[in-house]
Write a protein that binds this ligand. Sequence first.
Ligand SMILES: Cc1ncc(COP(=O)(O)O)c(C=O)c1O
Length: 508
Amino acid sequence: MKSLIGDLLLQRLAAARGAASTAAPTNRLLYDCLRGAILDGTLPAATRLPPSRDLARELALSRNTVVFAYDQLLAEGYVRSRVGSGTFVAEVFPDAYTNVAPRASAARAPRAGQAPSAVAMPPLSQRARGLLGRISAASVQWGAFMPGVPDVTAFPHRRFAQILAQHARRGSPSLRSYATAGGHPALQRSLANYLRQARSVNGEAGQILITEGIHQAIDLVTRLLADPGDAAWVEDPGYWGTRSILGVNGIDVRAMPVDIEGLQIPENTPDDPKLRLAFVTPSHQYPLGSVMSLTRRLALLEAARRRRLWVVEDDYDSEFRFAGQPIPSLQGLVDDAPVIYVGTFSKTLYPGLRTAYMVLPPALADTFRSAQMELYRGGHLLEQAALADFMDSGQYAAHIRRMRILYGARRARLIALVEERLGPGWIHPFDSNAGLHLVLSLPAGVSDVDITAEAGRAGVLVRPLSRYYAAPDAPAGLLLGFASVPETAMAAPLDILARCIERAVNRP
Ligand SMILES: Cc1ncc(COP(=O)(O)O)c(C=O)c1O
């Protein structure tokens, strides 16, 4: 027999599953439902929750799932547990202090099964609502074939920890304080050398700012060089993170089509007085993979000068090119290019390091350094000192060389498996044998979102290409990351994915 609480939770879980744009794990959903019911007064103070075993049976979940949710609520103070008599909703719970979501009064509390009332909570900002409407970041970031993720297990963690420990022992206390100079000067020097040699980037150490990922670099550029209501060119399809950061800062996105030569520069269009910025991925267009041709590069620089724009060159994964020569940066193509160069250690080392860098034109460097300190109060100087040693001793370049061989072999294996399993002709025509992911093109009319969801339910992670376009009726395709998947572990998930694709393609 079902209890009232069991019924309530069944309804809320079904609603949460239907509404969730990302595949949150069930234990998390159950916790959210219980917490919501406590906060909105549906489960009043002192209500006894069913024993975890009974609730698990009623909800057809594992007992561990329920125990997780109860433990989490207990740790956060929403429930208390009395040995021998059970788990009860607390009288005073944390949100009463933090004012995150005041509890609805009993009179306004919705009945079991109703959606939680928003009455008691002040509204979200328009910016937040806009952002929530376009959330793209995946909730699971590790597993076959999560795009864009390097093999974090191949990083020499032990060696890096030793370097870090040396700095921790010897370093001055200031290394544990806030960063004040846009990052550790040693890392700025190492990066200036590396970028000059490996990426033909022009710039001295003083022009380099170390950021918390490229995301922070884009946020800084957006806030310091454009105002709400201004506009920016972005590639279409393009990186969702750039669009989200622009959107939350009130910048209008002008989606510019890309072809095999990269972003198409509009000719003979009237000047756009609101246009301030252009975001491009010239070495390896994200996500389709084309390389921006020299003609386009020159045309972009010319358009930027004429229209008085800053170009932001997002050089996120250019170290991984598996044939031919590396593509030199756009920033270094001419002297005094109106380009802000950004790069990251997220792909060459590991994303959790949250360390990226920007090379600023000399005239902007001081402004950006001051603004970064004022807005974000950076830190991580110890890690930055260790990174500088890692680079200066040649270990960074050696790691990249090793990873290039590893990822090249994984990419070749994945392409071979796709061809074996699905036949030829699936790889996107803009592919340029580089990066950490492949794009498969799907026939028109097939839903890449449905395939992604079905594969996700079977434990295979891919991303739908259509979501990277601005317009809803976009070409369908799938992004498959290969870098973090050993060759021997590819066949099984690819087989699952191939079956999802075949079902979708053959669906009447
Ligand atoms: C095109 C592009 N830019 C930027 C980033 C994010 O870099 P970071 O991890 O340094 O924020 C990514 C990550 O996938 C990316 O694909």
